[in-house]
Design a protein around this ligand. Sequence first.
Ligand code: B1M
Length: 232
Amino acid sequence: MADDQDELDLSTLDDDELVKQMHDDLYDGLKNEIEDGVNILLERGWEPYKVLTEALVEGMRIVGIDFRDGILFVPEVLLAANAMKAGMSILRPLLAATGAPKQGKMVIGTVKGDIHDIGKNLVSMMMEGAGFDVIDLGINNAVEKYLAAIEEHKPDILGMSALLTTTMPYMKVVIDAMKEQGIRNDYVVLVGGAPLNEAFADAIGADAYCRDAAVAVETAKDYVARRHNQRA
Ligand code: B1M
């Protein structure tokens, strides 16, 4: 397939064909082609968020299906993830530069044992674009790391991400530690990641489950506004 790609001039494709081609290129982990595709769509006037969701996130959804079904394996998925990240890094400054008024501060990180960070990065980007200062702790965060970051940055919101059924229970470890320290109610705790749902968020004592980055932004804005109103 890579040989065919060498022949193909992405700019000759119409929008639909290009987006489909980008799904294929993401699947094949073709970083340069993904960067080119993102730039072409932007030059054609596509909103960064539309490029993100329709070309990149949808492409990764397709990768996820074949990963689940044993058609793709970790090395291929890693290449796809790198290609996705390359596309996201073009979009990041555009999504952040919305000029939105300052909303508050968020500390976010993927929990211990878990190295998935694409969704978390996407949430960070969208939160920045919505006017939040984001302190991103990266992946594989132990409870101590979250607590230290909360202490240092005093955010409005703590966000946690988990993509594995084996790591999502760790969110409760963090929330329980916050309770033990008597600081749980000082912060809004939002959680997200593909295997989670609302019932899980309730069960572990989070404030809300966020299905995707757009929901995370809306939920965060909502909670921050409520807290400001309570203080007023
Ligand atoms: Co992984 N992996 N993976 N993987 N991987 C999944 C999660 C899996 C569902 C694939 C599958 O089998 N179908 C499966 C988990 C199964 C389970 O637990 N039930 C799985 C597995 C098994 C594994 C390994 C164990 C594989 C192995 O080694 N045998 C291993 C674990 C490594 C570890 O963490 N310890 C592993 C490794 C990897 C790669 C390294 C190859 C790579 C990660 C690269 C990276 O992130 N840098 C990878 C990838 C890419 C995936 C899939 C294919 C895609 C994840 C992704 O980036 N999605 C994934 C399949 C899937 O999820 N269907 C899979 C795109 C992203 C935009 O969506 O992350 O859901 P998502 O984020 C969304 C929302 O969930 C939400 O908003 C985001 C944006 O809209 N959200 C939040 C996420 N975090 C949030 C935090 C918030 C709010 C919202 O805070 C407020």
